[in-house]
Design a protein around this ligand. Sequence first.
Ligand code: 3PG
Length: 212
Amino acid sequence: MSQDIARIEQVMCAAPVIPVLIVEDPKKAVPMAEALVRGGLPAIEITLRTAHALEAINAVNEHVEGAIVGAGTVLNHKLYDAAVSAGARFIVSPGATETLLDAADDHAVPLLPGAATASEVMRLLERGYSRLKFFPAEQAGGAAYLKSLSSPLAGAKFCPTGGVSLDRAPTYLGLPNVLCVGGSWIADAKAIAEEDWSGIEERARAAAALTA
Ligand code: 3PG
């Protein structure tokens, strides 16, 4: 089955930035997501890297109006199933495997799979995936590298993530093959731990004002 482009673009085009979040304490997920939505970033990715990430996704999905909550770091079929059951509205993975793509075939909840090389992009295009995460963006070659994929692989559009900051985001967002960027700078672990909701909202507002 091919990627549902309309559904994944609803997520990728909701705002110029998708905040990537590591949530240790699920009680902080709702105020954190509310701050992000208030700041203008409705699509948020909670990574499955903590014990309570699924609980956090569930809480945001149930209680934060206007949020489009997704699960990140989804590495296999089991995590895909668990994320969908928790209420994730989209799924993100750092790469792609055949079994992960098979898992996506079992669900209506769309997948944004990761790729970092021309061959990885080509394999995903063959499987019907053209909306991809470019990961790890800065470390893999940055905006210049991604730009060089835009002519030969014109059908692929990306969300670069990994090392992206407010300063670096505009260069990516100016590329013809970029729909949005992802990053943890808006709400990093420290800001969440300190419950710095106003700081998160302020950084969200600055990110939302970037032009794609
Ligand atoms: C990640 O996997 O943690 C994301 O790509 C975010 O990367 P960043 O922390 O460099 O923004």
